[in-house]
Design a binder for this molecule. Sequence first.
Ligand SMILES: [Zn+2]
Length: 391
Amino acid sequence: MERSSHGHRHGQSGRGFRLTACCLLPHVFSVSLCLCGQFDFGMPAKQRELDLTEFPSGTVTEYTTLVCLACIFDIFTKQLNLAPRTAFSEIKRHTPTIEELTSRAAMRPYFDSEEKHPHCPYCGSAKRWLARFDTYCIEGGKTTDAARRALLRKLPKAEDQFVLQEKKSDSGAVFFEWLDTLGRSLDLNDEAWLIDASRMYLERREPKTNWDEVFDELRAVRRSSRLSEGWERDGARLFLAPGIYSEALLIQYLVSRSHAHGGLTLEGRLTLVELVRRLRYSGYLEQLGITERDPGEVFEKVVNHLAATHEWSRARVSRSVSTGSGSDRVASKKSKPKKAAAKKSAKKSSKKKASLPEPEVISTEPVKLHYLIDRRDFLEKAKSVYASYAG
Ligand SMILES: [Zn+2]
């Protein structure tokens, strides 16, 4: 079977991503992404876009996949021998599974394309036969619940134009997914990514702050020698308290370590040993109560710390908790989803210094993921295609 190159548009919507011009980035698995919305999949422009500005940055991940209606009609009419009318009413009810909508590699009749005028990779059909599903994965929690309810109230109800599905997950899976999306959205060859990554980390940590303002015309992010908490802007520079700065470095290291030997950070290219030394020097390890000396063990602990809760803004109060025990969070021992594990092995087939902690040692808290599936384009295209079938 002919395979297409898969290009999920897989970005976080909301205020966080403002990558300029076209952000189609070649990626390690030939997955490309576009956060700029300049690609026209045949949608009647902007009124389609959902307003997600009420969601804190990084809490909504958007997936786009295309489906070929010619292929679908074909299956129903030729293989299943249904009359076009019956096929049409079956098709109208169709909603792909979350897996089909969000997995990195699409299966027939779904496919991904970065082209402006995509064709079905299976049968060659042109744009008018292709429909687009947009899926928004909203992380449940205190910072998003109200915004989600408000958004759902505003959506049209008829014909299941929007379908909502829920999935149980945990903070560990959410964290690794967030890191992965972050990595895909940044151009690691352009140094500006370090500032972008710092920003996305801060947005997640402090969702209520207006980071647009803070990062406006910003030239550099530095470790503060004055502050013990928080951050301050001074001219074109943003100073972060050592603990926050350390976490920013850690995030950068995690995002880039598969891209380069060691990881790239605001402090240059760091090996794991160098990273851990900096975390220790800044007092971050002490803050978390991490006393281990072995860099691999320390790394495991700090990653666990970040994976232990998905609402970092709330986690700050109980900052001294490092193992997840004795806190009010619910510890569960769910393993990471298969997807994440598979991705990891695909990505890091080559040398890596320290592996991520084994799933069973990660303490996590449960997180509910709300998938909002936009079926509007699909319904419209199905109607017009059926009209040409019946006519
Ligand atoms: Zn097709």
